[in-house]
Design a protein around this ligand. Structure first.
Ligand code: RB5
Length: 142
């Protein structure tokens, strides 16, 4: 069983919900995915570092007993989430804005948290394609 640990600030609720609703399409092998939704849940303003703390704590905990854990953080730009997540020990958060970054953040950088911006005027289907690339690309090592 794979796990998706996901969180957003008030700018990212729609994108978060869209990814959660398509969770069973994320993994190429059709692995079913259980979700830890760490909020937030509406457009009431929140401080994104609080969401980052929750997602990272849950990500690290679930890594201990799940075959695959995908961590996703969403804010308006993805910048605040990535800056904040990268302050956590052992976290390599990548802000992904195109398919190449989705692939190479995994292949070359072994990124373990995917950060996305919800206000870039990019279609939900396009962003979901980046999620799938990130989740299905292995670190090549070295
Ligand atoms: C919230 O308006 C916005 O600043 C936040 O979502 C994010 O883009 C910060 O990096």
């Amino acid at each position: 069983m794979a796990m998706l640990v996901i969180g957003c600030d008030h700018a990212g609720v729609e994108l978060k919900n869209n990814i959660i609703s398509r969770r069973d399409e994320i993994h190429a092998g059709g692995m079913s995915v259980s979700v830890m939704d760490m909020g937030c849940f509406d457009d009431k303003s929140v401080d994104y570092p609080d969401i980052v703390d929750k997602v990272i704590d849950s990500y690290k905990l679930n890594k201990q007993n799940h075959e695959y854990v995908l961590g996703i953080l969403i804010c308006g730009t993805g910048l605040g989430m990535s800056m904040s997540a990268n302050k956590h020990k052992g976290i390599r958060a990548a802000l992904v804005t195109n398919p190449d970054l989705a692939e190479f953040s995994r292949r070359h950088n072994d990124a373990n948290i995917l950060c996305l911006g919800a206000r870039g005027n990019v279609h939900l289907d396009v962003i979901f394609a980046w999620v799938k690339i990130f989740a299905n690309t292995e670190f090549e090592g070295g």
